[in-house]
Design a protein around this ligand. Structure first.
Ligand code: NAD
Length: 260
């Protein structure tokens, strides 16, 4: 189903997975808001897709800031005439063993992934419910929504938490035609993962090559990274799915790393 004329907000869309999702939504006919902490990069991404600025806009937004989220989502709804799709994708990674994990880092990571998901969902649902034309909320989970890895305590905790939030949104949103699902990618070579390779090599005392082949890709069926294209195609499918039949679910896109 086409996203023609749908209005979509993608958070963390100035880079990596979110940027490719925004690109594919735009190519499918949607009007898109590139929401990112890095406002300059958000505006540059919007201009890259749509130099005329008619169907793409950049929005500076820290997803952990209630006032910025509410103002940013209202600005998108005002410019494009409502909100049909939210992809709550902004995220970071911090790796360390639990016994030395800084409390400030734990709180920072949980806040971006969970507070960010809650605040953007709340702001978008208000518009979706008022409009009365349904909607789709997509959370960027991870194989770490299903499975654990060493060194990633807050990340695994947050990604599991998003599955719970998606199920509540599916139940509450159903009466308004709003669906909610989670995409759970395996490792994708974005800046978030490139940063982890040397960090994990250091923490685990192994080579970077070992991190890639014997940690990140060890349990895939083919030793391959998942790509931004793989994840974006899944987002297009979920965003355009027309009924409540597909809601409250999580879709794992990971070269068979995790099979449910
Ligand atoms: P990335 O680093 O390429 O992009 C993340 C974007 O989020 C950046 O543009 C950054 O500016 C933005 N961001 C960070 N903090 C923010 C905040 N407080 N408010 C608004 N924007 C903020 O990372 P990515 O790999 O594309 O990751 C995107 C999502 O996909 C994350 O939720 C991540 O956990 C998830 N994910 C990534 C992988 C992977 O292997 N790369 C796998 C599974 C899930």
């Amino acid at each position: 189903m086409s996203l023609q004329d749908k209005v979509a907000v993608v958070t963390g869309a100035a880079s990596g997975i979110g940027k490719e999702i925004a690109r594919q939504f735009f190519a499918d006919g949607a009007r898109i808001a590139i929401a990112d902490l890095n406002g300059e990069a958000a505006r540059a991404t919007a201009a890259e897709f749509d130099p005329d600025g008619l169907r793409a806009m950049g929005v500076q937004m820290d997803v952990t800031d209630e006032a910025q989220v509410d103002a940013g989502i209202d600005a998108v709804a005002e410019k494009f005439g409502g909100i049909d799709v939210l992809v709550s994708n902004a995220g970071i990674q911090i790796v360390a063993p639990i016994e030395t994990f800084a409390f400030a880092d734990w709180k920072k990571l949980l806040s971006i992934h969970l507070d960010g998901a809650f605040l953007t969902t709340r702001a978008c649902l208000r518009h979706m419910y008022a409009q009365g034309r349904g909607g789709s909320v997509i959370y960027m989970g991870s194989v770490h929504s299903k499975e654990a890895s060493k060194l990633k305590a807050p990340y695994v905790t947050a990604k599991h938490g998003l599955v719970g939030l998606a199920k509540v949104v599916a139940k509450e949103g159903a009466a308004h035609g709003v669906r909610s699902n989670v995409i759970c990618p395996g490792f994708v070579r974005t800046p978030l993962v490139e940063k982890q390779i040397p960090e994990q090599a250091k923490e685990l005392g192994i080579s970077e090559d070992d991190v890639i082949h014997n940690v990140m890709l060890k349990d895939t069926v083919d030793g391959e990274f998942t790509t931004v294209d793989d994840v974006a195609r899944t987002a297009v499918f979920l965003a355009g799915f027309p009924t409540n039949a597909l809601t409250g679910q999580s879709v794992v896109v990971s070269h068979g790393w995790f099979m449910q």
